[in-house]
Design a protein. Sequence first.
Length: 178
Amino acid sequence: MYRLAGWWGHNRQTRFHMSPEFDPIPGAGGYQHSNPPVFSSLPMIATLEIIDKAGGIDVLREKSERLTGYFWDLLVASKWYRGLAAPEQDPSSVSERTKGFKILTPSDPSQRGCQLSLLVLPQGSGNMDKVFEAMVKRGVVGDERRPDVMRLSAVPLYNRFVDVKRAADELERAFEAL
């Protein structure tokens, strides 16, 4: 009988020996193939078909760089922009007294994906929660890392340049309302 031989089906006592021979766990446990399980892997086929339909991963990466670059430019042009946080700097050590944001994400496109992290100032003021909530109420979906960081992503598979512009506009409105 053919078996899927994978990491999770390998004998736990010899798993990290990295031997070229498969040493299965006795019984059904030896048929575990890997992480994730087979049925959780099946949606990957549909995902790969969608990526293919979009033109392939290279096309998506190129769009990602353009979208995120546009978003970056809009954020830097904001009157609430307070500069870049130094990469070696601990975000908790940045003490700005005026409201606004710093960008934590590297400026070099080759060192970032589609997500930009914003440190909302002043730290500890609760402004991040207020800005984030205002944006969510206006339909802009992001991610928060309490207490003061919000993350916004221009996802190339389904975001458009108009979506990025709208997100930047809503960020402006949210800061205006503080």
